[in-house]
Design a protein around this ligand. Structure first.
Ligand code: LRH
Length: 468
């Protein structure tokens, strides 16, 4: 069996990681090389990426990966959607803003004044999220000094290789890509005052972006190509969902829960727009027809607040075990309540939402955690049903991948509330999708998404939760 090795850089909300991925006819695995913080940092002018520090960690991780596995053939990078950095004369103009910064409200109002949401939906197919890149660009003060705007994975690829491109799956989250043609909507950009020349040439996953700059090749001890993967983390995760049937839904659950189905054609109906279902572009021209549900963010921010209160860390599995044993009525709240999206003070804000709707606030931590998990599961079940209704699919099972697949309470609650089996795992779907697309580009993995998913299913058997 020929096994190829690649390096995957995955920049998530809980951490950034560099991993070695190995892929062959019957092999698909990951080796963690380094893990580093990737949380937002509060600066005078708002919430930002700690980008310079992050990039330094990426370089160190890549050098270590090649030391451990000299056979590495390529590098692929993914991260969350929508965030960007601006270049002027090849230099990064500022540390990128984090999408959870609240500056975008004005951008939303201004953009919708020019292009109402109903029109936007027909053009870009995106659900309304107040931080979509087009709203951020509208209020970006440095736009006038920039000559190139790059989403984060493309920015890292640029720093590594000197080539500026826009990888298409992630570009589809900007709001400036036509949902029908998959090309930049220059007309829309111009109307919004965004210079189309700032938007780089689009490339599809699998394309070689460039090779490491000579000084970096020397530092990493190897001249490697950087290959575009589904650089939107959710696009990579969906590649590695071991979909068991045409009628399976998926939930990619980390900080967010992205709930939907994969489609070959868009569903640009009024009903889809009103349900706030998005059409993000997937690998191989598929549509990720899904809805954003606030996921483990609610739990991790709550735990973070409790830890600050205690001055000690909390054992999450222990907390979840205790939460699973809670009996009696469980209050539910709307996981997508907009008051819960910014960082900080989560228990108090959830309590305020419960209070405002007349529900009693759980008094101990296990009960509070149970309310959070059940509220997320209820929103998941709801979104699966809506995806089925809107797409006309008879959904028969739900694949839950990502960090949330380790949360058995969440998996079982989702199965119970949806009345469908939940197939949990792989936990590292995003990194696996990154590796698979590189492996395929190198000729070491099968050609079709269906075959790639069959390889995931063979190597990472999901855990089944039947509804009770
Ligand atoms: C998940 C994700 C999601 C986006 C959000 C900003 O990490 O990329 O798909 O909507 O972050």
């Amino acid at each position: 069996e020929t096994v190829r090795a690649v390096a995957a850089v995955d920049l998530g909300a809980t951490s950034g990681r560099v991993m070695i991925g190995r892929v062959g006819p019957d092999t698909l695995d990951l080796e963690l090389v380094s893990r580093f913080p990737n949380g937002p940092v509060e600066r005078e002018d708002g919430l930002h990426w700690d980008f310079d520090a992050l990039y330094a960690h990426v370089l160190e991780g890549l050098a270590e990966a090649v030391r451990r596995e000299p056979a590495i053939e390529s590098i692929g990078i993914d991260s969350w959607a929508v965030d960007y950095g601006l270049l002027g004369d090849g230099e990064l103009l500022a540390q990128p803003f984090h999408y959870r910064d609240e500056r975008t409200a004005r951008g939303v109002a201004e953009v919708h004044e020019i292009a109402p949401f109903e029109e936007l939906y027909q053009r870009n197919g995106l659900q309304f999220l107040p931080f979509n890149t087009l709203y951020q660009y509208r209020v970006e003060e440095r736009m006038k000094d920039a000559d190139t705007a790059l989403l984060i994975p493309d920015l890292i690829a640029y720093l590594l290789t000197g080539a500026s491109v826009a990888e298409r799956t992630n570009a589809s989250t900007t709001g400036l890509l036509s949902v029908r043609s998959g090309e930049w909507d220059a007309t829309l950009a111009e109307r919004l005052g965004i210079e189309p020349a700032l938007l780089p040439a689009l490339v599809d996953p699998g394309t070689v972006i460039g090779t490491l700059r000579p000084e970096l090749a020397e530092r990493i001890s190897k001249e490697l190509p950087v290959i575009a993967v589904g650089s939107h983390d959710t696009a990579s995760a969906v590649v590695a969902v071991p979909l068991s049937s045409h009628d399976s839904a998926y939930i990619s659950c980390g900080t967010w829960g992205l709930v939907g189905v994969e489609l070959a054609e868009p569903v640009l109906t009024d009903a889809a727009r009103e349900a706030n279902f998005t059409h993000e572009l997937g690998v191989d021209g598929r549509y990720r027809f899904l809805h954003n549900v606030t996921g483990l963010w609610l739990l991790s921010e709550t735990v973070r607040a409790w830890e600050a209160e205690d001055g000690a860390t909390i054992d999450l599995p222990e907390l979840l075990d205790a939460a699973a044993s809670v009996t009696g009525e469980i209050a539910l709240f709307d996981a997508n309540d907009s008051s819960l999206s910014a960082p900080g003070d989560m228990p108090a804000r959830i309590a305020a939402v419960l209070d405002a709707q007349g529900s009693s606030v759980p008094q101990d931590r296990p009960a509070f955690a149970r309310t959070i998990v059940e509220s997320i599961a209820a929103a998941f079940a709801d979104a699966v049903q809506t995806a089925a209704d809107l797409s006309g699919r008879e959904v028969d099972s739900i694949h839950l991948v990502g960090g949330g697949s380790l949360n058995r309470l969440l998996c079982q609650a989702t199965a119970d509330r949806a009345g469908l089996p939940v197939l949990a795992g792989p936990v590292e779907a995003t990194a696996l999708g990154n590796v698979l697309v590189q492996g395929r580009a190198r000729g070491g993995a099968p050609a079709t998404l269906e075959e790639l998913r069959a390889l995931v299913a063979r190597t990472h058997e999901p855990m089944r939760f039947d509804p009770r």
